[in-house]
Design a binder for this molecule. Structure first.
Ligand code: ZN
Ligand code: ZN
Ligand code: ZN
Length: 279
């Protein structure tokens, strides 16, 4: 069996967000720090697959005992998902021949970005299979999703093990577009079509109120409020749904908030770092 570990639950900026002087980031202790989203998949054969390369790699790999990384998956080019790529290079890990799995559009960005292209030339990374990866008892599939694609396209990841399948959907623009692109009317139908038992879903903002005057169109994500409205209560045969990718302003960071209570009362989960899923 394969083991998936959640290594980060924050949106790209992390928690605290640099420069934030609002109550959400004031007086945070070490125990309140959160890293940008990332996932490790450990196969039955002892291989480690990492999803996303964040700047907090040092903190995150400690959660799983610092194993060597054989495969790296990138979903898209936004800051928190790629800003740790350089950590694999000479200045830090001096890694070799890491199999890098990403879309052709992401590959071309890696080649065009001098600091990343150098990592290719130094054999830190080698482009490897896409959109399907098979390693030991695990199959990983890429699934295209609508998301503001200024730098690269965006994919969700589906990790299939022998007994369970898990969806990693950290970023998308709207449910309307994502469901439409998949010819589905509801989130349940969408998850059933992808045939997953566990779904990690974009929970960036609880509601539009968090943006404080910034336009939702500039940083589009479906709000958790909307997702819950669409989902209602968890029913017996529903998959486990875990929200993550929380902006620093999101009240779901706080287990004592009324929003945390509303979500869990409905039967859904709030992701936490080191959370594990057995596939
Ligand atoms: Zn993101
Ligand atoms: Zn803040
Ligand atoms: Zn993004």
């Amino acid at each position: 069996m394969a083991v998936v570990t959640l290594l980060g639950i924050a949106q790209d900026g992390g928690r605290p967000q640099p420069g934030c002087t609002r109550p959400c980031c004031k007086n945070l202790g070490n125990e309140d720090l959160r890293s940008p989203v990332s996932l490790s998949v450990q196969t039955s054969g002892g291989k480690t697959i990492l999803v996303e390369a964040t700047r907090d790699l040092g903190r995150q790999l400690r959660f799983i005992g610092n194993p060597p990384i054989e495969h790296l998956i990138l979903t898209h080019a936004h800051l928190g998902h790629v800003d740790g790529l350089g950590l694999f290079g000479r200045e830090t890990m001096s890694a070799r021949n890491i199999q890098l799995h990403c879309s052709p559009s992401m590959q071309s960005l890696v080649k065009k970005t001098p600091a990343w292209n150098q990592l290719l030339k130094q054999n830190v990374f080698q482009f490897a299979s896409f959109p399907r990866i098979e390693i030991d008892d695990v199959v990983v599939e890429f699934h295209l999703v609508p998301h503001r694609d200024e730098l690269s396209d965006t994919h969700a990841i589906i990790v299939r093990g022998k007994s369970n399948s898990l969806l990693f959907l950290s970023d998308h623009d709207t449910w309307r577009e994502t469901l439409h692109a998949n010819e589905c009317d509801t989130i349940r139908e969408f998850l059933a079509k992808l045939n997953v038992d566990i779904a990690l879903l974009d929970g960036t903002f609880w509601s539009g109120d968090e943006l404080q005057g910034r336009d939702m169109n500039v940083v589009p994500h479906p709000t958790v409020e909307e997702s819950l409205e669409r989902l209602g209560e968890r029913l017996e045969k529903d998959p486990q749904i875990v929200f993550f990718h929380f902006n620093h302003t999101n009240p779901l960071h706080n287990v004592d908030s009324k929003e945390y209570n509303i979500l869990t009362e409905l039967g859904w989960d709030v992701g936490f770092e080191t959370q594990q899923f057995i596939l």
